[in-house]
Design a protein around this ligand. Structure first.
Ligand code: NPQ
Ligand code: MG
Length: 367
């Protein structure tokens, strides 16, 4: 793998619709794109950090600082022969997994393109299509939420997740069960509750949810274990799982029965595959999370989702739910059966619209 140049771009794109979670309302996505050039090839990575430090402590500015000041010089100097060497080469930098992942995932794309094969193949994928689910934000009324759920079910999505927070939880779930019956349904709290809310969360048991995602604080594995002991509904951890070590501790403690994998949160594909394999060894299913990625990050996610233990539908949905037009051509589309075809070209296998990318760019730097 030869890397001659690393280009960074900061982009801002409007979202198709407002996305509200327990930590705030999102109208735009601001993010960093990485482009690697080497051996006459180009490869792409997307950093999932946002402008704001609400989902995680990383932001676009911290990632820009860490990539330009520390990670990119390391990558250019270390000349890795395989992308599995990249994450370990960043060892001296503590944390900053989203910054690390953006570079590491671009290296996997470059490696797959050098080999002339799809990214899914070098990652160990086994599927040609992946099952797609939707993540539905907090709405102003139950009627508006019902309209959105209906639209997504009609589009064929294989599972519905709604965002919840104290005051927008049991009634929203009850409404969906009353109007839509026994659909595959789950909730995501983005850490909005405490153990004091355990009785309230236990009320959700009556609705047969697939899981409740990250109900408690991102640092709190032990309280999740206490909560899981009181709930029939499986807990899925998202924010808490930032390394294979924490994943193992959480599984051993009984803090979750399912894990959501986001390569940005874990520092890239190497660590994501480790968590995937660890979960498989312990009998936990995994699914692929979403971070409002553009088509570039979305394509990476599709390839990772082809690994065998991604047995539940993920938050990897059609481009048009987020960005119109997307940065890639053609956009990611979902078939009427709720599946997405895995791109078959080399690397991530999608074409980047450079003009559209340039128009959305706020800042650029070459290293
Ligand atoms: C989750 N994603 O599973 C995240 C939360 C999330 C699709 O539900 C900017 C950056 C905005 C990160 C909005 C989905 C975000 C973000 C939501 C993460 O918890
Ligand atoms: Mg989540």
């Amino acid at each position: 793998m030869k890397i001659d140049r690393i280009e960074l771009r900061l982009l801002r794109l409007p979202l198709v619709r407002v996305f509200e979670t327990s930590f705030g309302r999102q109208t735009h996505k601001t993010f960093i794109l990485v482009r690697l050039l080497g051996d006459g090839l180009e490869a792409w990575g997307e950093c999932v950090a946002d402008e704001t430090p609400y989902y995680s402590s990383e932001t676009t500015d911290t990632a820009w600082h860490i990539i330009t000041g520390f990670l990119a010089p390391t990558l250019l100097a270390s000349a890795p022969t395989h992308p599995r060497e990249v994450f370990p080469s960043f060892h001296a930098v503590r944390g900053h997994n989203m910054a690390k992942a953006a570079l590491e995932m671009a290296c996997w794309d470059l490696y797959a393109r050098t080999e002339g094969v799809p990214l899914s193949q070098v990652l160990g994928g086994v599927r040609t299509r992946i099952a797609s689910g939707v993540s539905i934000g907090i709405h102003d009324s139950l009627d508006q939420l019902a309209d959105r759920v209906r639209i997504e079910l009609e589009a064929g999505y294989r599972r519905v997740k709604i965002k919840v927070k104290p005051g927008w939880d049991v009634d929203a779930v009850r409404m969906i069960r009353e109007r839509f019956g026994d659909i595959p349904l789950m909730v995501d709290a983005n850490a909005a509750y405490t153990l004091d809310d355990a009785d309230r969360l236990a009320e959700l048991d009556q609705f047969g949810l697939m899981m409740i995602e990250q109900p408690l604080d991102y640092e709190d594995v032990s309280d999740h274990a206490r909560l899981q002991a009181r709930l029939a509904t499986p807990i899925c951890l998202d924010e808490s799982i930032h390394s294979p070590r924490v994943a193992k501790d959480a599984i051993d403690a009984g803090a979750c029965r399912i894990i959501n994998i986001k390569p940005g949160r874990l520092g890239g594909f190497l660590e994501s595959i480790r968590v995937h394999d660890l979960c498989a060894a312990h009998g936990l299913p995994v699914w692929h999370g979403g971070m409002l990625e553009s088509g570039i990050g979305r394509a990476h996610n599709i390839h990772l989702s082809t690994l065998p233990n991604f047995t539940l539908p993920g938050d990897v949905a059609a481009s048009k739910r987020y960005f119109v037009p997307d940065l890639i051509v053609p956009p990611v589309e979902v078939a009427p059966d709720g599946t997405i075809g895995v791109p078959t070209g080399a690397g991530i296998g999608v074409a980047v619209d450079l003009e559209r990318t340039a128009r959305a760019t706020l800042r650029a730097e070459t290293l």
